[in-house]
Design a protein around this ligand. Structure first.
Ligand code: NAD
Ligand code: IPM
Ligand code: MN
Length: 363
């Protein structure tokens, strides 16, 4: 959770690996880079990932991209994917680029903050009285579970396995409890599982309970089954603070909680690595919006760049130790929304460039 700091050199610019990816990835990345240039001195190292990398090199995560990420102070990612499922199941998949990168950088904890924006109460799909005061963070386990389990396929059968070790559960749970411990009054952890059915969830629940009792006795902890949680996250989002869950549940629930903010285009995320160790040295964190490449609107200047801009703010705070700059960017987004900028996903007609300009003006 602590910023790694600069590995060398007294005042060189931060080195950021910039992976725009596909679809609207490049459009929202341009916005984030403009905002970063307004708050600091950065060297941007642009690299391919996803379908763009497959077109260029045949693989979704080229060696050069991974090397640039390892050499950077932090990584910014737009989005990958074409939205198409290739007829040939053996064909390289853009999404494999981001999955391989998460594993390679050891990014096991994905923080997805979601809050109600008072300025958006008129466009939010949920009733204002339901979302008022909502301010939660989904802590999604990111390198285990169904995404990385044993899998197989024949012509007429396929399987994916969900497996977790106690170690994998405990380290991501610790991130959630540490976060809650710093969030002040009202802080609590809600762990979401399917312990009435799944063995992995029973282990998950036991490990969370043991860790809570042993190391965080002052942080209230509750357990919810994922189906109930899905309902309560949209009917009473303000009842949640830190939401801890496994990889697949976290993927689904975090898109769902976008309804609390007002649109998927608003949600940022931070993927945090294990602390430094002798084998890997200092590891780099990655920052990306929760949304995907949105092929349905790509190339038309319609994308909401705020999820990407807020991901850059998370990078300033969690990746580079620049909390004041992060606060400034987040306030500028609030101000721009308060002054009325509305891209199409929020019911308006502001282009990506208009929305970016509104943030820069507020800065
Ligand atoms: P998506 O998140 O790309 O889009 C879902 C809907 O939300 C679409 O209607 C889209 O127009 C809208 N939307 C998303 N981001 C927006 C933004 N910033 N501004 C305005 N509207 C926005 O999900 P999808 O359509 O299911 O997936 C498209 C592709 O993206 C797939 O290939 C998928 O695998 C990939 N994907 C990638 C990532 C990632 O790179 N981290 C995340 C999710 C999906
Ligand atoms: C996300 C995306 C990815 C995921 C895909 C693109 C592999 O949906 O970052 O939420 O499922 O983790
Ligand atoms: Mn997702």
């Amino acid at each position: 959770m602590t910023a790694p700091g600069r590995p060398s050199g007294p005042s060189r610019p931060f080195r950021i690996a910039v992976l725009a990816g596909d679809g609207i990835g490049g459009e929202v990345m341009d916005a984030a880079l403009d905002v970063l240039r307004a708050v600091g001195d950065f060297h941007f190292d642009e690299q391919f990932i996803g379908a763009a990398a497959i077109d260029k090199t045949g693989v979704p995560l080229p060696e050069a991209t991974l090397a640039a990420c390892r050499a950077a102070d932090a990584v910014l990612l737009g989005a990958v994917g074409t939205g198409e499922t290739p007829a040939d199941p053996e064909a390289p998949r853009p999404e494999a680029g981001v999955l391989t990168l998460r594993r390679a950088l050891g990014l096991y904890a994905n923080l997805r903050p979601v809050r109600a924006f008072p300025a958006l109460s008129d466009v939010c799909p949920l009733k204002p009285e339901r979302v008022a005061g909502a301010d939660l963070v989904v802590v999604r386990e990111l390198t285990g579970g169904l995404y990385f389990g044993r899998r197989g396929r024949t012509a007429d059968e396929a399987f994916d396995t969900c497996s977790y070790t106690a170690h994998e559960i405990e380290r991501v749970s610790r991130v959630a409890f540490e976060l809650a411990a710093r969030r002040g009054p009202g802080a609590r952890v809600t762990s979401i599982d399917k312990a009435n059915v799944l063995d992995t969830s029973r282990l998950w629940r036991r490990v969370v309970e043991d860790l809570a009792a042993r190391e965080y006795p002052h942080v209230p902890v509750a357990h919810l089954l994922v189906d109930t949680a899905a309902m309560r996250l949209v009917t009473e989002p303000a009842a949640f603070d830190v939401v801890l869950t496994e990889n697949m549940f976290g993927d689904i629930l975090s898109d769902q909680t976008a309804a609390v903010a007002g649109s998927l285009g608003l949600l940022p995320s931070a993927s945090l690595p294990a602390p430094p160790d002798p084998e890997h040295g200092v590891r780099r964190a990655l920052f990306e919006p929760v949304h995907g490449s949105a092929p349905d609107i790509a190339g038309r200047g319609l994308a909401n760049p705020l999820g990407m801009v807020l991901s850059a703010a998370l990078m300033l705070r969690h990746g580079l130790g620049r909390a004041a700059a992060a606060d400034a960017v987040e306030s500028a987004v609030d101000t721009a929304l308060r002054r009325g900028v509305r891209p199409p996903d929020l019911g308006g007609s502001a282009t990506t460039a208009d929305t970016t300009r509104a943030v820069l003006t507020a800065l």
